[in-house]
Write a protein that binds this ligand. Structure first.
Ligand code: CAA
Length: 390
């Protein structure tokens, strides 16, 4: 019975994937996490280890040279990396975010070229949607793309671009028809080496310090006409469809960092003695860790359920992506804050990892759409009558 109906349990294959990535994290990623944060440097050791073990962009289909991990497997990879270091987890997460518009809308040639290069580890892929005046209001794009014979010419500024400067490839949203708002936006692949592409100074951030966030400038960047992704005017749709899938990877980061903080706190409270006994024996502390574990498990189950929707392309994916992201990131903030509390004064210092985890958790409530935007998205779905297909 259980073999036929493995309801709400990971398959053996998925469990193996978790085991494999956890081993890599323990050996190569976790040991560097504190230094990566302290020095605010890109986690090159994680980058190299992920390429070597084919977890760099695991979502790329086999047809384009990837390993073809399904949405749940990709979530497990990101969750486990975030448990060790959220900055490093942005490598596979943003590689999926940046390249998914190509996978969703791109021509066969574009997919072969760019998904192939990504799968081969030739470069990271970033996603350029946000602008100084287009944050939550993503359709308010100012970057322009103008057709000039066999080329498109791009001008504009993108802001908050994750892994900018490190990435070789960029999906860039730009206005091709200013009279049409969201229907006048198109998507393009731009390469770091294209003339006229440059980057701002790295942002000085609260957390995820190992993941560079920079502005990207496009100054008369001329790209071949076939670098447009799919149809002209469909860019905003591809961008939103992409986020439906990738908000689940942010939920995975949130679950991972919360689990990392809980695991550390559990070890600590068993060791730390006050009033003549380990603080784990105080009921107030027990209640705290029980709530932390319970919330993480609820967030995890919602995230995995959302990954199933992503894999199948269910019609309630938009709701589930937003719900998983908002719920799990709120849990991550609560759990990491409680982990700092459990460690007391020690938790407040950089000698212990939980303060880094708390700082890193905060971004999961903000990026890929603030949790306020997620609630707008969820409410619109509910009002349109789209409910769970379970
Ligand atoms: N799938 C397909 N189409 C969609 C869609 C979806 N999920 N969401 C919207 N669309 C379509 C709509 O159907 C609509 O087309 P029609 O007019 O034909 O119906 C069109 O797109 C415009 O949609 P809306 O009218 O809903 O657009 P809006 O201006 O009201 O904005 C919004 C909606 C949900 C607020 C959207 O702007 C949004 O998601 N904002 C947040 C932006 C965001 O998440 N940014 C993240 C940046 S990336 C990042 O953070 C990455 C990182 O660092 C790691």
């Amino acid at each position: 019975m259980s073999d036929q109906y493995p309801l709400f349990a990971l398959s053996e294959e998925h469990q193996e994937i978790r085991k494999a990535i956890r081993e890599i994290c323990d050996a190569k990623i976790a040991p560097a996490a504190a230094a990566v944060d302290e020095e605010a440097r890109y986690p090159q050791e994680a980058h190299d280890a992920l390429i070597e073990t084919e977890f760099f962009a695991p979502h790329v289909p086999e047809a384009y040279g990837g390993v073809g991990a399904d949405a749940l497997a990709t979530v497990l990879v990101i969750e486990e990396i975030a448990r060790a270091d959220v900055s490093a987890s942005l490598i596979p997460a943003v590689n999926k975010l940046g390249s998914l518009p190509v996978q969703i809308g791109g021509s066969e040639e574009l997919k072969k070229k760019y998904l192939g290069a990504l799968a081969a580890g030739q470069g990271n892929f970033s996603y350029c949607l946000s602008e100084p005046d287009a944050g939550s209001d993503a359709a308010n794009q100012k970057t322009r793309a103008v057709r000039d014979g066999d080329f498109w010419v791009l001008n504009g500024v993108k802001r908050w671009i994750t892994n900018a400067g490190v990435s070789e490839y960029y999906t860039v949203l730009a206005v091709t028809d200013p009279s049409m708002r969201s229907k006048g936006i198109s998507a393009f692949v731009v390469e770091k080496s294209d003339e006229g592409v440059s980057f701002g100074a790295p942002e000085k951030k609260l957390g995820i310090k190992g993941s560079p966030t920079r502005e990207v400038y496009f100054d008369n960047v001329r790209i071949p006409a076939d670098r447009i992704i799919g149809e002209e005017g469909k860019g905003f749709t591809y961008a939103m469809q992409t986020l439906d899938h990738t908000r689940i990877t942010i939920a995975a980061q949130a679950v991972g960092v919360a689990q990392g903080a809980l695991d550390y706190a559990l070890g600590y409270i068993k060791e730390r003695q006050q009033f003549g006994k380990p603080i784990a024996e105080f009921q107030g502390v027990e209640f705290m860790v029980a709530d932390m574990g319970m919330k993480i498990e609820a967030a995890r189950q919602l995230t995995y359920a959302a990954a199933g929707r992503s894999e199948r392309g269910d019609k309630d994916l938009t709701f589930f992506g937003a719900a998983a992201k908002a719920f799990a990131s709120d849990v991550a903030m609560q759990v990491t804050t409680d982990a700092v509390q459990l460690l007391g004064g020690y938790g407040f210092t950089r000698d212990y990892p939980v303060e880094r985890m708390m700082r890193d958790a905060k971004i999961t409530q903000i990026y890929e759409g603030t949790n306020q935007v997620q609630r707008i998205v969820m409410a619109r779905q509910l009002l349109a009558g789209i409910q769970s297909t379970l």
